[in-house]
Design a protein around this ligand. Structure first.
Ligand SMILES: [Zn+2]
Length: 283
């Protein structure tokens, strides 16, 4: 028996609950189409009847799970869909920067599933076409009996702190005053902690200690899972690699760079926590 999900926001189930209300997330390239009804703000989850007009431009439909208990599909659309009345295209990055946690997960998942389907149409071993599993979120090659699942790539992101200061780095292609925390992919065979020590040492030449886990967030570029941490630096002597990082500096909690990430994304959340904790001690 399928029990309908009653909790808040996204439930990434592979099974449908056959809810009365059906919802659609409309993905078009790197954009998401929001439904701009006249009486409210544009909506990410579009009622199926409102999405009907988009069917003509739909090239793939994937069941995504439930959104507030209602079955939800993501539709991959041709660029021509942008001309449909009542819809507004928003770039995914812009949407994520402005979204609350629940909407953030929903948009991320929709984009990731579309991308995964597009890139895993054929078996990596024999080259035969994969088919969509009816029982779980998987693509199946029958001859090889191989099941492919959406690929999730764990990354670590860390605010390295020293007393009332936090280490910020600037990437070579970023503007002069834009800085962020350090981040990198976890390598095969590594633990998250090992990845943290390695990434920080490789990028800025600093050893860390007292690592604290803060939280995680899906980040769809593509399929990353950001694991967020705060760690203490053993020393303040920066040695940058000059390749991944153009510049790294210590900033006091009340004199941060002018351009830092919004708190809707993990980097911003770590920075905010550092500021709050510093205020409590030094403020
Ligand atoms: Zn195969």
């Amino acid at each position: 028996m399928i029990i309908p999900f009653k909790k808040e926001g996204l439930y990434a189930s592979s099974l449908r609950v056959n809810s009365e209300e059906k919802l659609v997330i409309a993905v078009m390239g790197q954009d998401i189409l929001l439904h701009a009804s006249q009486d409210s703000v544009p909506r990410l989850a579009i009622a199926a009847e409102d999405a009907d007009i988009l069917k003509f431009f739909c090239v793939n439909r994937v069941h995504l799970g439930q959104w507030w208990g209602s079955d939800c599909e993501v539709w991959e659309l041709m660029p021509e869909a942008s001309g449909c009345d009542g819809f507004v295209a928003v770039e995914l990055r812009t949407l994520l920067a402005q979204s609350a946690d629940a909407e953030f997960s929903l948009a991320s998942r929709a984009m990731q599933l579309v991308d995964w389907h597009k890139k895993h149409q054929f078996c990596g071993q024999c080259g035969a076409s994969n088919r969509v599993s009816e029982t779980e979120h998987a693509l199946v090659c029958e001859p090889c009996a191989i099941r492919q699942y959406p690929r999730i790539s764990p990354c670590v992101i860390v605010a390295v702190v020293s007393g009332d200061r936090c280490l910020f780095a600037r990437h070579p292609n970023w503007p002069e005053n834009r800085y962020s925390t350090l981040a990198g992919f976890i390598e095969a065979g590594e633990s998250a902690e090992q990845a943290l020590h390695r990434e920080v040492f490789e990028e800025v030449g600093i050893e860390i200690q007292n690592i604290r886990y803060v939280g995680s967030q899906a980040w769809p570029y593509p399929g990353q899972l950001m694991l967020g941490y705060i760690a203490e630096a053993k020393s303040e002597n920066i040695k940058i690699d000059g390749v991944e990082i153009a510049e790294a500096r210590w900033f006091k909690y009340d004199q941060l760079p002018s351009l830092v990430a919004p708190t809707t994304i993990m980097a911003g959340r770590l920075i905010q926590q550092f500021v709050d904790e510093s205020k409590a001690v030094y403020g």
